[in-house]
Design a protein around this ligand. Structure first.
Ligand code: SIN
Ligand code: FE
Length: 289
């Protein structure tokens, strides 16, 4: 729990040390009193039909100031874009305050506006169903062990919480699923890279993370029986975690913003607590390529 109620307040050094230790140990940092400000002219636009059909979220790329998958006229789009840019700026500001050591090692990802009720999302395929416990790992975008850090805020105007489940520790997930996975087929990763199935070469780390992601979601009994906790994030609160390390599932909730970052391993304060490190120490070999 982080006792911040203002985006500009500076925390003292010992609190900052506790915060980075919790984050890198695989905890969800919860900011119950940190509200992201929404203006009245923005709130009236909130609607699930804002997002283009067949897309999960509205997305914003702050590197090129570009909005995607948003429906509506140019005025609506301009308002949504400025709100998403403001959220992405707030997230940057907070991150640099909490984790100054990350600055040189961070690559900013996309910003998303999640307008669709998580409970009602079409469950088109098991692997895309984020209401099941999983670790984040992307089929076409390998990370090579870079960390996936995500910052969220619930901006629901109807007092609806965003409800997550959080499962067992990364180390437990790894011990359970890693021994059940096959090695990649010889040449398969080169092939996927050559033909654009992956955006870059899929490292062994990514191969196993994707395998774990898929096996976790496919295992009904695991989903039911593994130790898990339900967390409700109320409106006007924020939270963040390394979603490649925290087993999580989004059960319900509507209208949230999310900012993704990728952090290279050199930026970590405790690299020995990272998923890549745990995997290499179990397999007793390098998995970063
Ligand atoms: C996820 O990362 O699996 C979904 C999180 C959310 O939308 O709350
Ligand atoms: Fe996820």
């Amino acid at each position: 729990m982080v006792p911040l109620n203002d985006w500009k307040i500076k925390l003292n050094l010992s609190l900052l040390e506790d915060i980075v230790t919790s984050l890198e140990s695989g905890q969800v940092l919860f900011f119950p009193n940190l509200a992201f400000p929404i203006f009245p002219e923005e709130k009236v636009l909130f609607s699930p039909t804002l997002v283009k059909k067949n897309r999960k979220n509205i997305s914003y790329n702050s590197k090129v100031d570009q909005l995607k998958a948003c429906e509506g006229n140019s005025q609506t789009k301009a308002i949504i874009q400025s709100m998403m840019k403001r959220f992405s700026d707030h997230a940057d500001q907070l991150l640099l305050h909490l984790f100054p050591g990350y600055e040189l090692h961070l690559d900013k990802g996309l910003t998303s506006f999640r307008t669709v009720e998580a409970k009602d999302k079409p469950k088109t395929s098991l692997t895309k169903n984020d209401s099941l416990l999983h670790l984040d790992s992307f089929h076409s975008s390998p990370t090579g062990g870079r960390r996936i850090l995500r910052f969220f805020t619930n901006v629901n105007p109807f007092n609806k919480p965003r409800v997550w489940k959080v499962g067992e520790s990364y180390q437990s997930v790894l011990k359970r699923f890693l021994p059940t996975l096959n090695k990649p087929l010889p040449g398969s990763r080169l092939f996927m890279n050559r033909f654009g199935i992956t955006k870059s070469y899929r490292s062994l780390y990514d191969h196993f993370m994707l395998g774990i992601h898929n096996k976790m979601k496919a295992d009904d009994r695991y989903q039911r029986e593994v130790d898990q906790e339900t967390i409700e994030f109320p409106p006007n609160s924020c939270w963040m975690c390394f979603t490649d390390q925290v087993s999580h599932a989004a059960l319900s909730g509507q209208y949230a913003f999310e900012q993704s970052y990728f952090l290279s391993l050199e930026g970590l304060i405790f690299p020995e607590k990272s998923p890549l490190h745990y995997m290499e120490s179990i397999l007793k070999k390098r998995v970063r390529n």
